[in-house]
Design a protein. Structure first.
Length: 377
């Protein structure tokens, strides 16, 4: 098979982070469009991107893109695409959809038309009228925006996005996604030679993702993806890709990552999660109130996701936490501090204006990532 087109989907605001990851992996001619990054690839790159991407949500195979203002156009254009090259005779497939500012605004109708077109195409290919759909999973998405339809196959897995690393079995209230945590680290000045602190670590996602970055551990090494069951991608492709990225892991690196929380339950969960991720030996966990924190040395990095006001239902506590973070970490000008929060007046309570502020979405919650840059070494 020749070149294919992939689309990597990410949270709004993280496009630059994911694009940088893809460039580092060797991809060129990337096109970015509102949380989607398109590029040409080979079939083997389905394995490479799924296993190695840290901050993206999923990897989609772009089957086709076309103008569609009528159901007839949607059916004909869908039917013309090479579904038979990908979906096997016993493949089980579903169709998800969304439509925005388009003449074809009924999502259920669009899903039905696309499903019918694909089934008709597969009937022609396999010369049968009925499919048992007990094989590999194929999730089709039809996305229509301003009358332009994009049809994709989800290579990651509809129920298991890239944030599902597999290590977070123990959780606490309102945890941050693994993909977002990795992005926060990537957006910071931290590197493996600097101290990293998360003083409100919750279930440990930020320090665990930092440890994975510091050890060069690909986030998808030890999990399963929907496209691993597709016949078109050989088992050897997946194994060779995993073997390569496993060879890059640096188990001897000396990382200084400190994770603490006032909750003993949270620290217990964080330790368990770190152990499952194989990162426990790189992180020092401690039950500690942020107000009692003593900075271990100069030129460290602090990254944290403190409780939000709507989560606690007590704005006074959020304000007090922001002040405490500012007093503890903002008092040392050599430290670089990063805080993700939905609290709009965070800078005022912290006591400083952020060096940079980035608008992001933590799930469905609109947040700001406040970045306070410290003195350079």
């Amino acid at each position: 098979m020749g070149k294919i087109k992939l689309a990597v989907v990410c949270s709004f605001g993280l496009e630059a982070v994911v694009k940088r990851e893809l460039i580092k992996m060797g991809y060129e001619n990337l096109f970015v469009d509102n949380g989607w990054i398109y590029f040409e690839a080979d079939v083997a790159d389905i394995a490479k991107t799924n296993i190695n991407l840290r901050s993206a949500e999923r990897v989609l195979l772009v089957m086709g893109s076309f103008q569609s203002e009528t159901f007839e156009e949607l059916y004909d254009q869908t039917y013309s695409l090479p579904w038979e090259d990908w979906i096997e005779k016993d493949g089980r497939f579903t169709v998800n959809g969304k439509s925005y500012k388009s003449k074809l605004f009924s999502v259920p109708d669009c899903q039905s038309i696309v499903k019918k077109a694909i089934v008709d195409k597969l009937k022609q290919k396999y010369q049968q009228e009925w499919f048992n759909e007990k094989g590999a999973e194929f999730t089709v998405q039809v996305s229509i925006h301003k009358d332009r339809a994009v049809l994709t196959l989800d290579t990651t897995g509809a129920r298991e996005g890239l944030f599902k690393r597999g290590y977070r079995k123990d959780s606490v209230l309102a945890p941050i996604k693994e993909t977002m945590a990795a992005a926060l680290v990537e957006l910071s000045f931290w590197n493996k030679d600097r101290v990293l602190v998360d003083p409100m670590c919750g279930s440990g996602t930020i320090p665990i993702e930092a440890a994975m970055i510091g050890t060069c551990t690909a986030p998808g090494l030890y999990r399963h993806f929907a496209s691993e069951d597709w016949q078109i991608i050989s088992e050897s492709v997946w194994q060779d890709t995993r073997d390569y990225y496993e060879s890059l892991v640096d188990e001897e690196v000396n990382l200084q990552i400190y994770a603490s929380d006032i909750s003993e339950q949270a620290i217990k969960a964080a330790r368990s999660n770190a152990k499952r991720a194989g990162m426990d030996k790189y992180i020092t966990f401690k039950v500690l109130d942020v107000k009692d924190y003593v900075l271990p040395e100069k030129h460290g990095v602090m990254i944290t996701n403190p409780p939000y006001g709507d989560r606690l239902g007590d704005q006074d506590i959020v304000i007090e936490l922001a002040k405490t973070i500012g007093n503890t970490f903002g008092s040392d000008p050599t430290w670089s501090n990063y805080v993700i929060t939905s609290y709009e007046a965070f800078e005022k309570a912290y006591g400083q204006k952020a060096s940079k502020k980035r608008k992001l979405f933590n799930g469905d919650v609109k947040v700001n990532y406040y970045q306070f840059f410290g003195e350079k070494k």
